[in-house]
Each structure stands twice: as structure tokens, then as C-alpha cells.
Ligand binder design. Structure first.
Ligand SMILES: Cc1cc2nc3c(=O)[nH]c(=O)nc-3n(C[C@H](O)[C@H](O)[C@H](O)COP(=O)(O)OP(=O)(O)OC[C@H]3O[C@@H](n4cnc5c(N)ncnc54)[C@H](O)[C@@H]3O)c2cc1C
Length: 406
């Protein structure tokens, strides 16, 4: 999502751009997510900080966050940064920037959805966070009121009966739900990204295959080797490779504390499943109605990108889906696994890489890359082409220009 959005935003500013991917540019994390364009996400996901939550994670009781011990040594530093930035005062400051991005996300997607002919993939009915426990629902309702007051996020609070009425497929009465009204949802995220790629191509953009790790500089020019053996040459290049971006930045002297939060999904047949994406807060699972069936998705797994999968959270999520809706057996033999490329300060990296004229970054969108692709692309293109200044860094950890100007 981030790569093709960058290509489209540059193209719209009159730049002749090429999108280079080592495979299908619509097939990675941007295809397997929950498909929610999260206009309501005024605040990025903070790390749990209470002792109770941390103990539940450490002991494996939490289904929101799982971890693999082999991942910890390499991730201790970024996780420590994430923990510190999740302190309420810092998190509030970060949210001041974040909300400027998420609040315009649907407006930034809208023209491309229309021009790509992808209206059929989009629903504008929001999604719900559903609660089994009255007390937790009360806490969530207070938080929603605060978000409405501070950031203008719109929601409606549903009691158990109202939730059953809006989701007649629910097998059991729950305490209630928060319905986030402003979010849009997509019934096939991979198809939406693919339609953006087609739009870019139809406007004269080139989609090429090659390994971006071949990026090299020659005087004022950047080169990448295509699989065909040809070289693509340009005065400016953007690194938008999701989780793999840090590896390439390192080659150019920038150590980025990017860390992965993995997530899984599988599809279950469900004739009478939820009508809109449904977050079962108790199991930290999302049940999203998609073209391929009911997509059951998990929370975060702290594991090395590419390491052996351990779909324990997914099994719990599947059991939760079975408790709440009439569902069949998984469509796939193997679960899909993808990654949320996360930064310790929860903000994407957008800007020119220090000391590398013409080399730019656009990655690290964490939990909301599907939402934010067009928005950060537009900010980056503004900085690259029009030299529009962007906000000053909030935190010392960040080296690059920061997003967030209106
Ligand atoms: C379970 C789950 C649910 C999620 N739900 C949502 C949601 O509802 N809403 C939301 O906004 N976000 C969601 N996310 C997060 C979102 O999916 C990511 O933030 C987003 O996909 C990141 O996009 P990206 O373009 O940076 O990375 P990717 O989609 O991973 O794309 C990276 C691209 O770089 C290419 N690449 C990598 N290495 C090279 C190389 N060497 N040479 C050339 N090309 C290369 C890859 O082929 C790929 O096409 C979810 C994530 C997960 C895991």
C-alpha cells in the first residue's frame, strides 16, 4: 500500500515514476490485513504498561500479544523505546501528530478508490469493538468519549440488545460494543492495492521487477537492477519496502529501530457472520467479512520476521469466532502470516535520509499502513517535489523529517 501510494502521489505531481518490487506489489502485508481504513485511530497502539497486562503477556495468557524468546535479544532496545513512548504524557504528544494523519486517511483514499473503479470493495459502515464484560465496555465507552471530545472521532455505544440487532448472526448476548462510524472497510485489501497498481500503470507509470537491495549511488543518480538485467536510473529514490526497509537503510548509514509485530489470518465460511468487521476484545481477534470468507485475524506476535510461525493466537481466535458466530472449518491449510512494521515512537518514517541526497523513506506504518499509505505518500511527495516543510521531531529517537503538517 505504501509503495504504490508513493508512486501514485508522485505521478499526480507530474513526476515520471517507476514502482519496483521483487514480487507482486499487492501481495505482502498490505493484502492480508483486516482491511480497515482507520479514520477513528486518533491514537496509535500503545504498549500495555500495567503490571497485570505485562504479566499476562509474559505468561502467555494474553491473546493480544504473544512473543518468541528468540526474538527478544535483538528487539529489546526498540521494545524499551516503545515502552517509554507509551507512557501517557509521551503517547498524548505522539497522538497530536498521529491524528493529523489518520483523520484525513479516508479523504486521501477516496479519489483513488473512485479512479481505480474499486467502490465495490469499500463499505462505509465502520466497525465495532465488542465486549463480553460490562466493566470493560464502560472503560471503552469513557475512552471513546474522550476521543470524541479531544479529536472529534465519532462513535455510537451499543448495549447488548442493540449489538444483537445490528449483528443478528451473533450466537450469544454480549455486554455491548463501541461502533466506530468514520472508518471505512475493504472486502479485499489485496484487490484494492492491485487496483491502485493498475491505476498507476494506466496513467503511464512503470511497474518493474527487481531487488531493491541492489540500490546504489553513482554521483547524483540512484540505480536499481531490474530482474531483466536492465538498470533503472533516477535522481530520487524512495525506500517503501515495509519491514525490509531497515535493512536497506542500514546500507546507507541509517540504523532504524524498526521492529516487527506479526499477525496471522485464515478464512472461515460464515453465511450469517458479522456484517461489518467485528473486534472481539476478549480474544483480541478481528472477524472481518471478506470476499474469501470470514477473515479471522490475530493481535501481535513479537517474533523475528521470517522465523517459524506459531499460530497459537490464531487457534484461540478461531475458537472465539466459533463461540460467537456460526462458522465452518478453515478454507486454507496453512494460515497467512504478515507483519506490522513498527517504530518505537509509533510514527512512520517519512523524509530524506540524512547525508543521502535524493534518497527518501516512507515506511514504519505499524498497525495502520493500509490506512495511511495515501496520506504519508502525499506528505512525502509534497516534501520531495514542492519542498513543503513538515513538523519538527517530537522525540530524539527520530532522525528523519516527521509527518504531520496539515
Ligand atoms: C494481521 C494484521 C492486520 C492488520 N490490519 C490492518 C488494518 O485493518 N488497517 C490498517 O491500516 N493496517 C492494518 N495492518 C497493518 C498493515 O497491513 C501494514 O502496516 C501495511 O501493510 C504495511 O504496508 P507496506 O506497504 O509498508 O508493506 P508491505 O505491504 O509489506 O509491502 C512491502 C513491499 O516491499 C516489497 N519488497 C520487500 N523487499 C524488497 C526488495 N528487496 N526488493 C523489492 N521489493 C521488496 C515487498 O514485495 C512488498 O510488496 C495489519 C497488519 C496485520 C499483520
Amino acid at each position: 500500500m505504501v509503495g504504490v501510494s508513493t508512486a501514485l502521489a508522485l505521478q499526480e505531481r507530474g513526476v515520471s515514476a517507476a514502482l519496483i518490487d521483487r514480487g507482486d506489489p499487492a501481495a505482502q502485508s498490505s493484502s492480508g490485513n483486516a482491511g480497515i481504513i482507520q479514520a477513528e485511530a486518533a491514537e496509535p497502539y500503545a504498549m500495555p504498561r500495567s503490571l497485570g497486562q505485562l504479566a499476562a503477556i509474559a505468561s502467555g495468557r494474553s491473546n493480544a500479544v504473544a512473543w518468541q524468546a528468540t526474538a527478544l535479544p535483538a528487539m529489546l532496545r526498540p521494545l524499551w523505546g516503545y515502552f517509554r513512548n507509551s507512557a501517557p504524557s509521551r503517547h498524548r504528544r505522539i497522538a497530536q501528530t498521529y491524528v493529523k494523519l489518520t483523520s484525513r486517511a479516508t479523504a486521501d483514499h477516496a479519489p483513488w478508490i473512485a479512479d481505480a473503479g474499486s467502490e465495490h470493495l469499500i463499505k462505509r459502515k465502520g466497525f465495532v469493538h465488542a465486549f463480553r464484560d460490562e466493566r470493560e465496555l464502560g472503560v471503552a465507552a469513557s475512552r471513546a468519549e474522550r476521543l470524541a471530545r479531544d479529536y472529534g472521532v465519532r462513535f455510537s455505544a451499543l448495549d447488548g440488545r442493540a449489538l444483537c440487532e445490528s449483528e443478528p448472526g451473533l450466537k450469544q448476548r454480549m455486554a455491548g460494543a463501541i461502533h466506530w462510524i468514520d472508518a471505512w472497510t475493504c472486502t479485499d485489501p489485496g484487490a484494492l492495492v492491485a487496483s491502485y497498481v493498475s491505476l498507476f500503470r494506466s496513467r503511464g507509470g512503470q511497474v518493474l521487477h527487481g531487488n531493491a537491495m541492489t540500490l546504489a549511488r553513482d554521483a547524483d543518480f540512484w540505480h536499481v537492477q531490474e530482474n531483466s538485467g536492465d538498470r533503472v536510473t533516477s535522481k530520487q529514490a524512495v525506500i517503501a519496502m515495509g519491514m525490509r526497509s531497515a535493512e536497506l537503510c542500514k546500507r546507507f548509514g541509517l540504523k532504524v529501530p524498526l521492529f516487527p509485530k506479526r499477525g496471522y489470518h485464515l478464512h472461515l465460511p460464515a453465511e450469517n457472520g458479522p456484517r461489518i468487521p467485528f473486534v472481539d476484545v476478549a480474544s483480541s481477534a478481528v472477524f472481518a467479512p471478506m470476499a474469501g470468507g470470514l477473515r479471522v485475524l490475530t493481535g501481535a506476535e513479537i517474533a523475528r520476521d521470517g522465523s517459524k510461525t506459531r499460530p497459537v493466537q490464531l487457534e484461540r481466535a478461531r475458537r472465539a469466532a466459533k463461540e460467537l458466530f456460526e462458522v465452518g472449518e478453515p478454507v486454507e491449510h496453512e494460515p497467512w502470516v504478515g507483519v506490522r512494521p513498527c517504530m518505537p515512537d509509533m510514527l512512520p518514517m517519512i523524509g530524506e535520509i540524512p547525508g543521502q541526497k535524493g534518497l527518501w523513506a516512507n515506511f514504519g506504518h505499524g498497525h495502520q499502513g493500509f490506512t495511511l499509505g495515501p496520506t504519508t505518500a502525499s506528505l512525502l511527495a509534497g516534501a520531495m517535489i514542492d519542498g513543503i516543510a513538515v513538523e519538527q521531531p517530537l522525540l530524539p529517537i527520530r532522525l528523519l523529517i516527521r509527518a504531520g503538517s496539515p
